[in-house]
Design a protein around this ligand. Structure first.
Ligand code: FAD
Length: 310
C-alpha cells in the first residue's frame, strides 16, 4: 500500500503536535507520509513562553519544541503556502514549488488584532511607528530592539496576554502602563474587587493600570491619547487586543469560514479532504485561542488520519 501524503500548513504549536502524534501512531511511515510547511524560520517553539524571552528568563533555544522526526516526515521551514488548489489537490509554496496532497491539514494559527486607533497602523496594514505585537519570535526580537531599560511602554489590552507582557517588559526595565477599555482588567476572568487587588499588585511593581477609557490616537514619543483627552506617555506601544484566526488560505480556496475555519467533530472542513486544527479552526465547542484544545484536536485528527481504514 502506498502511504497517503498529508501536507500540514503551519509548523506552530498545534501543527507540530499533529506530526508528533501521527508518527507515534505510524512510526515506520507505512500508512502516512507527512510534509509540514511553516513560514517561520527554524524549529517550532513554545509560543506561550514568549513573554519569558522578553523578560530574559528564557533564551530562544530554551523555548524550542522537540524536533518532529521520523522516516516519513519532511519539514519545510521558512516557506509559505500561498495557495490551495482543491481540485488539483495541491498547494503552491512561496519558493515556487508545488506539493500534491491526499489530505491537507490547516494549522495556520492566528494573527494579533490591531485596534483601529489612529497611528497604530501604517499604510499597507503594517504596524505604525513604535507599535509592536507579541505573537512570534520575530515580534519578540522587534520588542527587544525597541524596548531598553527606561523606555516608556504602553500595553494596549488588559487581558491575560497584555498583563503578562506588561510584567515581562517591567522586568526588562521598561516603564510600563496598561490601558484597558473595560471597567477593570481581566474582565472575562475576574470581578471588580478581584481585579482591583490585581491592579494594586501591578502598581506595586511599578506598572500603572488605566481602565474604562478607550484609546483615540497614538504618537510615539508622546503617547496614547484616551477618549477623555488624557495622554498615557509612551515611546512604544504593544497591542495585546486579541487575535483573529488565520483563515485567508481557506477563504480563497472556497472552504467555509466564519470566525475561524469551520470544522466538524472529525476536524474536517467543508471539503472532506481538508482539515483544520488549532487557533485557525472553529469548532462548536469554542475554546479557540488556547493551546490545550488545539493539542487535543491534533491528537484526534492524527489518530484518524493515520488509521488503516482512513
Ligand atoms: C505570548 C503568548 C502567550 C500565550 N499564552 C498562552 C497560555 O498561557 N495558555 C494557552 O493555552 N495559550 C496561550 N497562548 C496561545 C497559544 O500560543 C496558541 O493557542 C497556540 O500557539 C496555537 O497553536 P497553533 O499551532 O494553532 O498556532 P500557532 O502556534 O500560531 O502556529 C501557526 C503557525 O502557522 C504558520 N503559518 C500561518 N500561515 C501559514 C502559511 N500560509 N504557510 C506556512 N505557515 C503558515 C504561522 O507562522 C505559525 O508558525 C499564548 C500565545 C501567545 C502569543
Amino acid at each position: 500500500m502506498t502511504p497517503r501524503h498529508i501536507v500540514v500548513v503551519g509548523n506552530g504549536m498545534v501543527g507540530s503536535r499533529f506530526v508528533e502524534e501521527a508518527v507515534r501512531h505510524d512510526p515506520d511511515g507505512e500508512r502516512v507520509r507527512i510534509t509540514i510547511v511553516g513560514n517561520e524560520a527554524g524549529r517550532a517553539y513554545n509560543r506561550v513562553l514568549l513573554p519569558g524571552v522578553i523578560s530574559g528568563r528564557y533564551s530562544t533555544d530554551e523555548i524550542l519544541l522537540p524536533r518532529v522526526d521520523g522516516p516519513s516526515v519532511r519539514v519545510r521551514s521558512g516557506t509559505e503556502v500561498t495557495d490551495v488548489n482543491r481540485r488539483a489537490r495541491c498547494v503552491a509554496l512561496s519558493d515556487g514549488t508545488k506539493l500534491s496532497f491526499d489530505r491537507l491539514v490547516l494549522a495556520t494559527g492566528a494573527h494579533p488584532r490591531i485596534p483601529g486607533v489612529f497611528g497604530l497602523r501604517a499604510p499597507q496594514g503594517r504596524q505604525g511607528s513604535g507599535v509592536a505585537t507579541l505573537r512570534s519570535l520575530v515580534d519578540c526580537h522587534r520588542i527587544e530592539r525597541l524596548v531598553r531599560s527606561g523606555t516608556r511602554v504602553v500595553v494596549l489590552g488588559g487581558g491575560v496576554l497584555g498583563l503578562e507582557t506588561a510584567r515581562s517588559l517591567a522586568i526588562r526595565g521598561a516603564h510600563v502602563s496598561v490601558v484597558e477599555a473595560a471597567p477593570w482588567v481581566l474582565p472575562r476572568q475576574l470581578d471588580r474587587s478581584a481585579a482591583k487587588i490585581l491592579a494594586d499588585s501591578y502598581a506595586s511593581l511599578g506598572i500603572a493600570v488605566r481602565c474604562g477609557r478607550k484609546a483615540v490616537s497614538w504618537q510615539p514619543g508622546h503617547g496614547l491619547e484616551l477618549d477623555d483627552g488624557t495622554v498615557v506617555a509612551g515611546d512604544v506601544l504593544v497591542a495585546a487586543a486579541g487575535v483573529r484566526s488565520a483563515t485567508y488560505l481557506a477563504e480563497r480556496a472556497g472552504i467555509a469560514v466564519q470566525e475561524g475555519i469551520v470544522v466538524d467533530d472529525t476536524l474536517t472542513t467543508s471539503d472532506p479532504r481538508v482539515h483544520a486544527i488549532g487557533d485557525c479552526a472553529q469548532h462548536t465547542e469554542g475554546d479557540a485561542g488556547l493551546v490545550s484544545p488545539g493539542w487535543k484536536q491534533a491528537a484526534v485528527l492524527a489518530r484518524l488520519l493515520s488509521s488503516p481504514g482512513c
